[in-house]
Write a protein that binds this ligand. Structure first.
Ligand code: FES
Length: 115
């Protein structure tokens, strides 16, 4: 499992990744690496919209990548409003897209486009 899904950059032997782990993203078992952020796992899984806003339902995702903007909020192990960019993965972690202030229901896990 060199890049776990094909959307990660090749390390070309210059970068060591953590141990391979499995996490659940919107109910799907997903391969990832220890030491990665939740945001990295979502991006590697092809997910760009992590949540939708409470007022207009607009999609939001990784923006600042350093804990400032709060655009990357997701539900992690039933805890909503978790910043994906500031949270390290743990084996078996359950990550859900968020709508407004809670988990997004009825996520179409077969969609290839923006969610
Ligand atoms: S991307 Fe801005 S807080 Fe996470």
């Amino acid at each position: 499992m060199s890049n776990a899904g094909g959307r990660r950059l090749s390390t070309h032997g210059d970068v060591e990744r953590g141990e391979p782990i499995e996490v659940h993203i919107d109910g799907r078992m997903t391969q990832a690496f220890a030491g990665e952020s939740v945001a990295a796992a979502l991006m590697a899984a092809g997910i760009r919209a992590f949540r939708t806003t409470a007022r207009t339902g607009s999609p939001r995702g990784l923006y600042c990548g350093m804990g400032v903007c709060y655009d990357c909020l997701v539900v992690v192990d039933d805890r909503p409003n978790t910043r994906a960019c500031m949270t390290y993965l743990k084996p078996g972690m359950r990550i859900q897209s968020q709508a407004a202030w809670g988990p997004r229901e009825n996520v179409d896990t077969t969609a290839d486009g923006p969610r």
